[in-house]
Design a protein around this ligand. Sequence first.
Ligand code: APR
Ligand code: PHB
Length: 393
Amino acid sequence: MTLPKRTQVAIIGAGPAGLLLGQLLHKAGIDAVILELRSAEYVLGRIRAGVVETGTVGLLEQVGCAERLHREGLVHEGIEISFGGARHRINFQQLVGRSVIVYGQTEITRDLMEARADCGGTTIYEAEDVVLHDVTSTRPYVTFRQAGMAHRLDCDFIAGCDGSHGVSRKSIPADVQQVFERTYPFGWLGILVDKPPVSEELIYANHERGFALCSMRSHTRSRLYIQCALDDKVEDWSDARFYDELCRRLDATAVARLEQGASIEKSIAPLRSFVAEPMRYGQLFLAGDAAHIVPPTGAKGLNLAASDVHYLSRALIEFYDEKSRAGIDAYSATALARVWKAVRFSWWMTSMLHHFPNSSGFEQRIQRTELDYLVGSEHALRSLAENYVGLPY
Ligand code: APR
Ligand code: PHB
């Protein structure tokens, strides 16, 4: 394949942010080239959460990538919060008139990849040593190596959609950037198992032994998590030990319905809140995990990537169609306003649901009171609901 030497927007990263941005720009007739470090197979091998907000569904519909999501996705009108041995349903549809769709992030990535291939969009996989150049000039460019050959891609703008370990955020000088971070004193041990879900909807469990989450990928495939220590290793946790601990944290009804099976994937992920400001430097714009990380408790990672690229695509379209820089100049502040609200919600859900190893008696009482107040107040429930289904763009 002859690689392009110029494009309007160079997108770094073919995860959900990069792929969705590519399709939103394509729909508007704006040329973009995606440079992805890994192979397509590698990207599709990642197991990621799959709770899709209504806003994200709308964007996927805009680019014609929601057909399988509507066919195979599971519409969830609520979740359950479990603590003190009892479960409390939070009915999003009744509280805020909206729902979410449970559909694996991997499937969204697959749908976007296929759409990009179908429309002839250029994605260069296994692009190594990507370096951003002259990002504060009017003629930025990117260099990279692919199949042992050196390449240069000239562009008008660069979209850094290369995740938390990418090159884009690192291309912004430290004295320009402000970083805000909180790490949590625990991780999530998760398994994927081909057994029916414990319940029709997700169960988020607070327990003195630690948090647990019963999620799913379909009616026949479950995704189960338990909070674990930061120094735990996957090899420390046999399936039997995992299920034994999970059962100690769930209510009796859930335990009775849990079908134990051999895990087909098992991994531990740390929890972190992270925001880098600004999300723009010259002609470089950050979107998705490249700019922020949220703990998975609020299921916001994918959905924040989507709202970032909604704002960024709208700004770039305004630039090319109306020759206005207003949108791109406002992008960082606009995106961050929504990012911080999702960061707050994810922090609040994490603080309310997890056992903090060194928490004082006072902090434990406050946590229990937070839960009691939540399930006893329609206003509190409505607040959780509007954040979980997704705040407006
Ligand atoms: N050059 C090119 N590509 C890179 C580089 C690099 N230097 N570094 C990373 N990448 C690629 C990664 O291989 C990955 O495919 O950028 C992509 C970033 O994708 P994600 O990490 O999925 O980030 P994003 O698209 O923002 O999606 C956020 O993914 O990590 C989850 O929980 C997160 O659900 C959220 C979603
Ligand atoms: C998942 O299904 O992996 C999942 C669901 C909801 C969350 C986190 C993870 O909050």
